[in-house]
Ligand binder design. Structure first.
Ligand code: FAD
Length: 623
């Protein structure tokens, strides 16, 4: 029987980037092959069993709005849900779900297996077939050749992966998985800039050996948050709490005593680690004045006793790990099931990528996820989706699509990476976005579902639900604008009870909601003012749109001003020496980065507004 060896798109790696990439390409009708080391690790969480959080939750909602799997898998696997920053403004509110690792993997795998146009094959990819700077296919470890017009590489921490525990180290992609050596060697032959990064993970512990009675329980939120725009609370499995405990001065002494055998502090590890997810030894050294650090004791799932002690990532030798763990309150008799470790791996300078995540040097070759210097499942998933959809667009001979910085955190992520590059594992924060108020978790669908539908990523069901929600919002806003309350109106007494000063003139319901003392829910609870029928998510939008209208309009003005030059294209592979008046430093930076647009150029550090003016003059002269 003939074995299919030619595809439209091949995706290498079944982690968070690879699964989203493969699903996106297949949803767009491409014959897609997902080639991965091990089918049992599809969608595996290498580190903490959680999805979302500040900045990251925003990316998950955006992936969802574009039809991706991450939010739906998190809904089906989440065993403790929280809305972070719930008391702050809507821009920085973020959903986070503690996930059952096995349920999460199962949800991802089921989605992959049921996706039309998608074939999964378990094999390591050892080589790329490249002819005249165009990717043609891949070669597997067994020597099988698969051909495609586009290839997406999402190999995570596996390229040249080196695992460290104390002064011992060995090759590995992550604990229990082989590294990707042959492919790493092949990639180093290509003209990309390559460097090493490092990340780490804590030891895992058997919950039966812990004393939870001395720890502080942390239940999930009520009402239970939901990740996917298509999801509901009914999708969630049983909910269980996390717990909180702390390190103490004894823990810190143990760590300091072990630093001479730390691969990080003895110079064995050269790669730079994630600044915002530091190891416990890093925290002790960097914040020497602190006498305790918080640890979230997070269950790994509903059917296992393993817990993930979030906050004590370490690569100290095992004997030091054991002593430091047992010095923690409630952990005195802890049994470590898996030692913590650090891993060093190759990553490629993302400035060698276009905004579509296609590499600048090899046409049809896309990179997504940790290979681009990011850290985190959400950052990987978002890039994977973008690379997968752009691989599909390229096969269809259509223009690439990337959301702008004012449209999505995904746009911020890709623009930051491709413009500025990164020297340390890059993670998303709300502070990275200049238009935070526009890029809320709650409106990711309003920002991205329509483009997603046009691209062919959004199914009929999601599209129908989205349109229904948008209609409800529009109708309700109209009703609120059209319903006027006179001081003699029968509802006025109840309204006045909510107001600081009684209503003295006629006002419509929208104006009333704009007042700080009144919120939408209180107003429509008054007799005669109720909405016909509106889903809670639509009602939330109505309230946010009205309350923040002034700020939103101001931000939109800024975006419009910025847009004028944002998308002006710069020539490819251009020598900036030919632009008169630019300083040598600016020329070097622009030649190095080769920005695609004036907007991108303006965000490179050291590129002054004056330099941008010179570029604009030059472009104008060129006509
Ligand atoms: P991965 O999830 O690593 O998936 C890569 C996939 O590619 C795997 O399925 C692998 O089998 C496959 N693959 C690799 N090479 C080949 C090949 N040649 N052929 C076929 N298949 C291949 N993130 C955080 O946000 N915070 C943290 O503190 C943190 N700590 C971490 C600690 C450790 C030890 C590790 C390993 C990861 C950590 N992460 C952390 C990172 C997080 O796991 C990644 O960011 C995320 O998984 C990246 O997704 P990805 O899809 O790019 O790669």
């Amino acid at each position: 029987m003939q074995y299919q060896t030619t595809y439209d798109v091949i995706v290498i790696g079944g982690g968070h980037a690879g699964t989203e990439a493969a699903l996106a390409a297949a949803r767009m009708g491409m014959q897609t092959l997902l080639l991965t080391h091990n089918m049992d690790t599809l969608g595996q969480m290498s580190c903490n069993p959680a999805i979302g959080g500040i900045g990251k939750g925003h990316l998950v909602k955006e992936i969802d709005a574009l039809g991706g799997v991450m939010a739906r898998a998190a809904d089906q696997a989440g065993i403790q849900f929280r809305t972070l920053n719930a008391s702050k403004g809507p821009a920085v509110r973020a959903t986070r779900a503690q996930a059952d690792r096995l349920l999460y993997k199962a949800a991802v795998r089921t989605t992959l297996e049921n996706q039309p146009n998608l074939v999964i094959f378990q094999q390591a990819c050892d080589d790329l077939i490249v002819e005249q700077d165009q990717v043609k296919g891949v070669v597997t470890q067994m020597g099988l050749r698969f051909m495609a017009k586009a290839v997406v590489l999402t190999t995570g921490t596996f390229l040249g992966g080196q695992i460290h525990i104390g002064l011992q180290n060995y090759s590995g992609g992550r604990a229990g998985d082989p590294p990707s050596i042959a492919l790493a060697r092949r990639l180093r032959e290509l003209p990309f800039r390559v460097d090493r990064l490092k990340t780490g993970t804590p030891p895992r512990i058997d919950a039966r050996s812990l004393d939870f009675s001395v720890m502080q329980p942390q239940p999930g939120d009520t009402p239970l948050p939901v990740f996917s725009y298509m999801g509901s609370v009914a999708d969630h499995p049983r909910q269980i709490p996390c717990y909180i405990t702390y390190t103490n001065s004894k823990t810190h002494d143990v760590i300091r005593g072990g630093l001479d055998r730390s691969p990080m502090y003895s110079g064995v590890i050269e790669g730079i680690g994630p600044r915002y997810c530091p190891s416990i030894e890093d925290k002790i050294m960097r914040f020497a004045d602190k006498d305790q650090h918080q640890i979230f004791v997070e269950p790994e799932g509903l059917t296992t006793h393993e817990v993930y002690p979030n906050g004590i990532s370490t690569s100290l030798p095992f004997d030091v790990q054991l002593e430091l763990v047992r010095s923690i309150k409630g952990f005195e008799n802890a049994h470590i099931t898996r030692p913590g470790y650090a891993i060093e791996y190759d990553f490629f300078d993302p400035r060698d990528l276009k905004q579509s995540l296609e590499t600048k040097f090899i046409s049809g070759l896309f990179f997504a996820g940790q290979i681009n210097g990011t850290t985190g499942y959400e950052e990987a998933g978002a890039q994977g989706l973008l690379a997968g959809l752009n691989a599909a667009l390229q096969v269809q001979e259509k223009s690439a699509w990337t959301p702008g910085r004012a449209q999505a955190y995904l746009g911020v992520l890709v623009d930051d990476l491709t413009t500025l590059g990164t020297k340390e594992p890059y993670r998303m924060f709300t502070s990275r976005a200049e238009y935070r108020l526009m890029l809320r978790e709650d409106n990711a669908d309003a920002r991205l579902t329509s483009p997603g539908r046009e691209l062919g990523l959004v199914c009929d069901k999601r599209w129908a639900l989205f349109n229904q929600k948008m209609e409800q919002i529009e109708q309700e806003r109209q009703r609120l604008r059209n319903q006027w309350i006179h001081p003699q109106h029968p509802a006025c007494q109840a309204i006045n009870r909510l107001l600081k000063t009684p209503l003295s003139r006629e006002a419509n319901l929208e104006e009333l909601i704009r007042r700080p003392e009144i919120n939408y829910a209180d107003l429509v609870a008054i007799d005669g003012l109720a909405a016909a029928s509106i889903a809670p998510a639509a009602a939330e939008q109505v309230e946010i749109q009205i309350k923040y209208q002034g700020y939103i309009e101001r931000q939109q003005d800024e975006i419009d001003k910025q847009k004028r030059h944002e998308l002006t294209c710069l020539p490819a592979q251009f020598d900036y020496q030919s632009v008169k008046g630019l300083s040598n430093e600016v020329i070097a930076k622009l030649n190095d980065s080769q920005p695609e647009t004036v907007g991108q150029a303006s965000r490179i550090s050291g590129i002054t507004p004056a330099a941008i003016s010179l570029l604009l003059v030059y472009l104008k002269k060129q006509g």
